[in-house]
Write a protein that binds this ligand. Sequence first.
Ligand SMILES: C[S@@+](CC[C@H](N)C(=O)[O-])C[C@H]1O[C@@H](n2cnc3c(N)ncnc32)[C@H](O)[C@@H]1O
Length: 345
Amino acid sequence: MPCGEKPTNRLSAWHSSGATRQPDPSHAPQKADQTSMFGPMPLLPGSAVWQRDRSHSQVLNYHLNMLLDAARIDSYQRAIEASVQPGDVVVDIGCGTGVLSFMACEAGAKRVYAIESGPIIEAARELAIDNGFADRIEFLDGWSVDVDIPEPADVLITETIGSAGLDEGIVAWICDARQRLLRPGAVLLPQRLRLWVAAAQSFDDHAVVADWQSPDLSYDYSAARRRAERTLWFADIEPSNLLGQPELAADIHLATALNETITSAGHLRVDRDGTLHGLACWFDSLLCPGVTVDNMPPRCDSSWSHGFLPLAEPLAVSAGDRLTWELSVSADGEHWTWQLDSIEG
Ligand SMILES: C[S@@+](CC[C@H](N)C(=O)[O-])C[C@H]1O[C@@H](n2cnc3c(N)ncnc32)[C@H](O)[C@@H]1O
């Protein structure tokens, strides 16, 4: 299917709630009393809270879209075949429908601990029975950080990679699993995650900020606008949205990553005249040697969208301009802060 025609993806599953475009700071857990600097954080697609608050149709649709993402499935399948040895104990963090656990069984795992925080785990249990894997998969309902398993695992599999790479909390989950759930030297899948940023022009995507000042609104919504300005949004970024080359913002080796905020800074060069609306971000990830997944624009048939970190006010820029950017993301993917400035013409 050509780019832009895919009817549903991780974002549109949220769109179908009838809400306007919604933020996705992470699929990470949201505690009821958790607040950001602006108050309670929004619900996050994929998180347990999001899943529990959405209808079954939305949760099922969210998972179906990921299962239909052929490139994602193929990469995970190849990486699991290459990484899981017969007799291995495997832990699958965020098993969803159980698809990656099923692949691990097919690769010869003797036991898979499939951890899932959302209600999709009920379907996963039935699917494991229907597909003949129930004798080898133990489903554990809850957040991986709250779950224990009775034996250390040889292999960790997780697809808690968000549209902005870090926003589903993968760094925090893997750091915790390394300490508590895995044997020393266990195989990690993925092994590495890189985050890319690029200067973006997108009037449509910036509307999530600008529309709070629409003349159609009757009251002063600037407080809501300020929240929108500091929110990580989802967007489908096309190459035509990019004002220059991307820059690497983080290169995380998951075997040694620390459970700490990731900070990064750099310079971007503007290659064409336009209006700067924010930073686009996306990821690529090494699942195992020779096997990668990414959501580099254009998105095409991917179930992933892209991250969009808006500027408070759009900025006219010209070819040759240089921009400075700073970014910090908490390891659990919940808190994003960024700065983007033009430094010279
Ligand atoms: C992107 S989906 C992937 C689902 C499935 N593994 C697949 O590949 O189709 C991530 C799933 O992980 C769950 N999840 C995210 N972080 C989790 C965690 N730390 N512990 C348990 N479940 C988690 C979410 O509820 C969601 O169902």
